[in-house]
Design a protein around this ligand. Sequence first.
Ligand SMILES: Cc1ncc(COP(=O)(O)O)c(C=O)c1O
Length: 339
Amino acid sequence: MTVEIPEAPTGPFGTVFGDSFSVARWADGDWETPTLGPIEPFSFHPATHVLHYGSACFEGLKAHRGDDNVVRIFRLHRHVERMQESARVLRLPVPDADMLAAMITDVVADNLHLVPAAPGSLYLRPTLIGTEPNIGAAAAPSKTALLYILPSPVGDYFQGGIRPLKVMVETIQPRSTPAFGSVKTGANYAMALGITLDAKAELGIDQVLFAPDGDVQETGASNFLLLRDKHVLTKALDSSFLHGVTRDSILALARDMGYDVEERNFTVDEMIVWADDGEAALSGTAAVLGGVGSMIVDGEEIPFASGEVGATTLKLRQALTDVQLGRAPDNHGWTTVVS
Ligand SMILES: Cc1ncc(COP(=O)(O)O)c(C=O)c1O
């Protein structure tokens, strides 16, 4: 039987959705059995907890269709763990790992016919929100919650494919509050939005790189790495930024390839010196590994080396997509096959 493989949507990332989603409700301290059905709107009381007190967290991961036509979810279990960590910090009910993994896998299986070929993929958005109708619960956790997995077939996140990106380095404002940076919650994105929109409008940049007090952290939607042949440098894990699954995967692959991988804090000044002949890249589920061509620091544009996407960036990006697409052996057990 020949399987018809759908084209990746050409519109903006995240605006096309699958056919079905999985939903589980939490009440009286327990999860109901998840249900899989057509994607449809929810109806909420105007007093719903999440609408007032931001009791929400989410995840973002992808299922890829390989050259062999096999569909693989990338790093399912690490994303499940990160969602559990976010839920814990936000005092939302922590979804059972097996239940959450099964909900995601079921959604991929039910939307398998919508998974485009690379570079497209099926983006998955697990979302957890507090649903108790109670505007008096500012200092209390929601007594009810809703968990759902929304699928979205996607093409490239950065329109224009692989091209050098431009970032503005923000040295005063942080992306989020220091203790919440590693939590995947909407408030962090709300905090970064204004700065990012203003910088896009004024400077035509792709992303803002947050480096409060000179400490280089991450952009509004991806982690940040400095690279040069056989060497990767990125900030050490702490609570100030999101612990990206792509970051972790790139570092593991770089170590496999014999690179010197340094996880330590570094400053904007050090980054400027690095830019003389070194590369920079943004890593994320949506961005994959995108080369940074230049950065704007205090109004001055500084290129990274030649200003093009660097060779080390391309090599590591290739190593990552080779595993995601089943072209290279999955030595770390990162992929979950769905059929
Ligand atoms: C703020 C932020 N940092 C980093 C990342 C990269 O994380 P991951 O590689 O797990 O997608 C994301 C993407 O979701 C993000 O929103």
